[in-house]
Design a protein around this ligand. Structure first.
Ligand code: SF4
Length: 387
């Protein structure tokens, strides 16, 4: 069983904080890009002999820039190349500034059953600072249309820890977002990514640097508020109104289950191997145009530029790093042993003893190792001990 990630590297405008593999002003490439994705879907489907797929995630970039006709072709190819389970979770990331009701109704008719809206903030000044193309009323409108179109599984992304943002600004954004009753919320602290305009502004003193203590306070307030509102925090940055609304696609990553990454710059993973697709959309299109007769071992495609074999040690480290992000589930000792044939404590006994003594990790009654709530913000330090 696989999960499929399809990367759509187009945006109307590049937001000031974004370092994703996405490009503004390349929308004329969309038709050729979709054709290339269809070729990659067929290539992988044939190689693996029509494998089963449980989740599909169209991420970006801005997948909601793809016209419905293009998505229709893409899904037809996907269903012809893979055994898409009838209950598959199919998520599309949407920018609230790019959708209208007919579009959302069309998505639902194509089988998309989960939308992830990049709302980010309810504060006009913050949205301008981030250089988002939408305003908050557009986000409300997008959610309303999505409900009318029949979507009953919506995620909203919000960002905190912005320059100038006060605790009360963040509280207001989160309260307004809660008023939209999303099934899922993903809350991210702003990070100043190298090479982004925002990082330059801060480096040149044009913008104050985000305050990490205040960001921590915002995070802790949000965790408490969402718990009061009945949301389950199942991952460091992710909350679901019920466990059944946890993002099944992202759970694939956190559980180190296999996924195929298609499209420019996408990463994939099957046990023992990590793959990376060529980054530039033009190069991706070219590579997928000229592969007649090429035979490659699964899951490589003509667009793969890296297929990195993983040592058992690397796989174990990744398994811990990803699994410990799951704040409830953590890493089950039994599952670890089943997967690697060796007890968790034999491999990491020392690290576990040290981190539990520091109060950063704990054992649950069913022998799962997980972060303590106080360690959610120190995740990276804990993960380092396992790699
Ligand atoms: S819409 Fe999302 S992917 Fe596109 S530039 Fe903005 S943050 Fe990046």
């Amino acid at each position: 069983m696989y999960s499929l990630y399809l990367h759509i590297p187009f945006c109307r405008h590049r937001c000031a904080y974004c370092d994703f593999n996405t490009y503004a002003g390349l929308e004329t490439l969309i038709p050729d890009y979709v054709t290339a994705l269809q070729r990659e879907l067929r290539f992988l489907g044939e190689q693996a002999d029509y494998p089963a797929v449980g989740t599909v995630f169209l991420g970006g970039g801005t997948p909601s820039l793809l016209p419905l006709t293009a998505l229709d072709s893409l899904f037809r190819t996907l269903r012809a190349s893979f055994a898409l389970l009838s209950e598959a979770e199919i998520t599309l990331e949407a920018n609230p500034g790019t959708v209208d009701f007919p579009y959302l109704r069309g998505l639902r008719a194509l089988g998309v059953n989960r939308l992830s809206f990049g709302v980010q903030s309810a504060n006009p000044g913050e949205l301008r600072l981030l250089e988002r193309i939408h305003d908050y009323p557009q986000a409300i409108q997008a959610v309303t249309w999505a409900r009318q179109a029949g979507f009953d599984n919506l995620n909203l992304d919000l960002i905190f820890g912005l320059p100038y943002q006060r605790l009360e600004d963040w509280q207001r954004s989160l309260e307004l977002a809660l008023g939209l009753s999303p099934e899922h919320l993903a809350l991210y602290a702003l990070t100043l990514e190298h090479g982004t305009p925002m990082q330059h502004w801060v480096a040149r003193g044009l913008l104050p640097a985000p305050d990490p203590d205040l960001a921590a306070e915002m995070y802790e307030w949000a965790a408490e508020r969402l718990s009061q509102a009945g949301y389950v925090q199942y991952e460091i940055s992710n909350w679901a109104r019920r466990e059944s609304y946890a993002c099944r696609h992202n759970l694939t990553y956190w559980r180190s289950a296999p996924y195929l990454g298609l499209g420019a710059g996408a990463h994939g993973y099957v046990p023992g191997l990590r793959t990376v697709v060529v980054r530039a959309p033009q190069a991706y299109i070219r590579r997928m145009e000229a592969f007649a007769g090429v035979s490659l071992a699964f899951p490589r495609t003509p667009a793969t530029i890296e297929a990195h074999p993983l040592t058992v040690q690397e796989e174990m480290g990744e398994y811990m790093m990803m699994g410990l992000r799951l704040t409830q589930e953590g890493v089950l000792a039994d599952a670890f042993q089943q997967r690697f044939g060796v007890p968790l404590e034999t491999v990491y006994g020392e690290q576990i003893a040290h981190l539990t003594a520091l109060g950063l990790l704990e054992w649950t009654s069913n022998q799962a190792l997980r972060l303590t709530p106080g360690a959610y913000l120190l995740g990276n330090q804990v993960f380092m001990a396992f790699v």
